[in-house]
Design a protein around this ligand. Structure first.
Ligand SMILES: Cc1ncc(COP(=O)(O)O)c(C=O)c1O
Length: 384
């Protein structure tokens, strides 16, 4: 069918679909419902998790996340439901210690990361992403500026490209010269979220920084937001013992402790790294066909002169790259036909994609049928 006729046909369906944010679907949330039922509230040391204490997290939760993140227990703090909140306060503490300055932002990247450093007063500097991670020649060049205080990294199945950093990029980030206090926010939000049967491998960045003589450089985060519940999971941060102690001291002014009951029921449910891997296989069974569906619709409808896109082995997103100047108009056409996408430019500092090429596609939340229709509409709008 001719694209305009096809667009009008889809528009006439009065669609109301949302592919804007990477949320787990209701079916995925249901996988973790059994964790809500617990009747014994004592942690491993006999402390009642319902009461105040243990700002750094209950012992079994610290052991669980330390194992996942490949650090010692005293190098790990377990917090509330949001890793983004832990990142916000970590950057706030860095700003209070070293002052405002510039922050490196691999692009396209996670809009909420960029917003954290923006509202905390940093100047955002874009660095191009490659399939191996950020362009390290550029990172090393920019970090010679003593005003550069840190970099955002989503090292595995990056948001939004789905790329995993190579061993070489990880080593260079750990070893490169930078101003004192230069911090790599290592947001491993999708570390266990494989889509392909064989997932990508990521080196232990905290260990690399230690070996490079920069033990305080890596501050690594993760959460169960896309493992158990998007709004009611558990988040953790790992780093050198000195950094964790500084965070504990900082958080002491803010809270008496995080939700330990949620920590306890999460550890009882997920148990250990093996238990987590088995649980993630259930997510993979739901998500792999959804990702494949979008990729199939793109392959069938988008010729190479119109678009190219990423084919991730994991994570929550696909990046669609159109010809320069076409992304915002395509998103607008989709909106007018009832399909909401992430605003064009959202994955760039200050919400501005200088080439107006990139659209972030989030296939996790819609049902399979809705996904098919939404992806078809996106292809028609891009072709128009
Ligand atoms: C890269 C990345 N980090 C962090 C988050 C938010 O994590 P949390 O729910 O733990 O705050 C997201 C959510 O989309 C994300 O994509």
């Amino acid at each position: 069918m001719e694209p305009l006729a096809n667009y009008n046909r889809l528009k006439a369906l009065n669609l109301k679909l949302d592919m804007s944010r990477g949320k787990p679907s209701p079916e995925q949330l249901d996988l973790s419902l059994p964790l809500l039922a617990i009747s014994d509230y004592k942690d491993d040391t006999g402390v009642d998790a319902r009461n105040y204490s243990n700002l750094e997290g209950i012992p079994e939760a610290r052991r669980f996340f330390a194992e996942l993140q490949g650090v010692a227990v005293n190098e790990c703090l377990v917090g509330g439901n949001s890793s983004l909140e832990l990142m916000y306060h970590t950057v706030e503490l860095l700003r209070n210690t070293y002052g405002k300055g510039k922050w490196l932002c691999p692009v396209p990247g996670y809009d909420r990361h960029f917003r954290v450093t923006e509202v905390l007063g940093y100047e955002l500097i874009s660095v191009p992403m490659t399939a191996e991670g950020p362009d390290m020649d550029e990172v090393e060049r920019l970090a010679r500026d003593p005003e550069v205080r840190g970099i955002w990294c989503v090292p595995k199945y990056s948001n939004p490209d789905g790329y995993t950093y190579s061993g070489e990029v990880c080593k260079r980030l750990a070893n490169m010269s930078a101003a004192p206090g230069f911090t790599v926010i290592w947001d491993n939000a999708y570390g266990w979220h494989h889509i392909a049967a064989k997932g990508d491998e990521l080196p232990n960045f905290t260990a690399l920084c230690k070996a490079a003589g920069n033990p305080d450089r890596a501050v690594a985060f993760c959460s169960t937001s896309k493992i158990t519940f998007g709004g009611a999971g558990v988040a953790a941060v790992s780093s050198s013992e000195a950094n964790i102690n500084a965070l504990v001291k900082y958080f002491t002014a803010m809270t008496i402790g995080f939700d330990k009951l949620n920590q306890l029921r999460h550890v009882r449910f997920l148990k250990n790294e093996g238990g987590l891997a088995a649980h993630m296989e259930k997510h993979r069974a739901i998500l792999a066909p959804k990702f494949q569906k979008v990729l199939d619709v793109f392959a069938a409808n988008l010729p190479p002169e119109v678009a190219e896109w990423t084919k991730p082995n994991g994570g929550y997103f696909i990046s669609l790259y159109l010809n320069a100047g076409k992304a915002a108009k395509t998103v607008q056409l989709c909106k007018e036909a009832g399909v909401i996408l992430t605003p064009a430019g959202a994955a760039y500092p200050y919400g501005k994609d200088p080439e107006d090429r990139h659209i972030r596609v989030a296939p996790t939340y819609p049902s399979s049928d809705d996904l098919q229709t939404a992806a078809e509409l996106l292809c028609v709008a891009a072709s128009l």
